[in-house]
Design a protein around this ligand. Structure first.
Ligand code: GTQ
Length: 347
């Protein structure tokens, strides 16, 4: 019932209780406790080369990375205007660092992931160790870890940022702190954490001290090779193609507690069966072309494009050539709370 249909004596009652910070649940119950997810987020597709990249480059002439602190164009869901969200629970943006620039060191309680889109060889430093970034690499900055970004190459570097900011804001648990130094002093050489934690081994007697992965860089070369071999050796999942989940090697769980990340290979011509799940998902196209059908929308994608499929929206992917899709969502949170649901093969 809308406000205009409310009987006058009831409306008069609501008008009298409102100033006392009281409200009638019976007017709101069905919008609050929905029979199924009814996200305000909309499916949306960002064309990287034709739309986002030109604006991104233009922003490079308007503000430096240092002045901006983070030069990021927010990928804002058109159904969640002015809320800096791509889904209800997640933030996404594209960050650019130009040659010679530094995005100064800071730390915060929100978790962040980087998925490299363009450029070669710039770095993200996490807790004193640099990860050199290449397209398709997946890099994490867990809660409260110092991180800065820098580009000592001669080309712009762009990556997709994914953060759990909306969740942390919902919990009113956001803390952030700038560093006194723009760049962290380097305390460990490149590749150190990869050696200690990235070879299916850990230092003897090592015990996890945080809930996040001690590996903070997951290079594309390794993920791609795993997918290639997996595709050669078995049939794809009907709904997912050949799909792997990034893990925290200490636990087998997600790299960071609030965000799950995935990479799928869809062989040329492969069409996934209809699928929906309760975790609204952000996709970044690494290789190949194809299309994703979400309700009555068709997204024709190519490398570097980004698209979002909100919670409980049935979708299917079609690969026009061998395609690799990176994706991330709040699935680990829903799993932990026993909330996550999926529906496979629903038309
Ligand atoms: O690189 O630390 O897109 O703090 C938004 C907030 C990136 C970052 C974002 C951030 C960062």
């Amino acid at each position: 019932m809308t406000a205009t249909q409310v009987a006058p004596e009831r409306q008069a009652f609501y008008d009298r209780i409102g100033p006392e910070s009281l409200a009638p649940l019976w007017e709101r119950l069905h919008a609050l406790v929905t029979r199924e997810p009814s996200s305000s987020a909309l499916p949306y597709h960002w064309n990287y080369d034709d739309v986002v990249r030109p604006f991104m480059m233009e922003s490079g002439g308007l503000i430096t990375a240092k002045e901006a602190e983070r030069r990021v164009l927010i990928l804002e869901n058109p159904g969640l205007k002015d809320q800096s969200r791509i889904t209800n629970s997640l933030f996404a943006g594209l960050q650019m660092i130009l040659p010679g620039e530094v995005a100064p060191a800071h730390r915060h309680t929100p978790s962040a992931l980087r998925f490299i889109v363009e450029g070669h060889g710039a770095y993200t430093a996490v807790e004193g160790e640099r990860a050199i970034m290449e397209p398709g690499d997946f890099v994490i900055t867990p809660p409260w870890t110092w991180h800065d970004h820098g580009n000592e190459t001669d080309r712009a570097m762009v990556w997709l940022d994914g953060l759990d900011v909306p969740m942390i804001k919902m919990l009113d648990a956001s803390f952030a702190e700038p560093s006194n130094d723009d760049s962290q002093s380097i305390s460990r050489p490149v590749g150190d954490s990869q050696a200690r934690f990235g070879a299916n081994m850990v230092p003897v007697d090592w015990k996890p001290v945080t809930k996040s992965s001690p590996v903070f860089s997951y290079p594309y070369a390794r993920s791609r090779e795993a997918l290639t071999t997996m595709a050669r050796n078995g049939a794809p999942d009907p709904c997912h193609g050949h799909k792997l989940r990034y893990i925290n090697p200490a636990t087998g769980g997600s790299p960071m507690p609030t965000i799950g990340a995935f990479m799928a290979l869809l062989p040329s011509g492969f069409e996934t069966a209809p699928y929906r799940s309760t975790d609204g998902t952000i996709y970044s196209v690494v290789e190949g072309t194809g299309e994703t059908i979400v309700g009555d929308r068709v997204f024709r994608w190519k490398p570097r494009d980004i698209f979002v499929v909100p919670s409980w929206h049935t979708h299917r992917h079609r690969a026009g050539s061998d395609a690799v899709l990176f994706s991330f969502s709040d699935r680990p949170v829903q799993d932990m709370l026993g909330l996550w649901r999926e529906e496979r093969g629903h038309a």
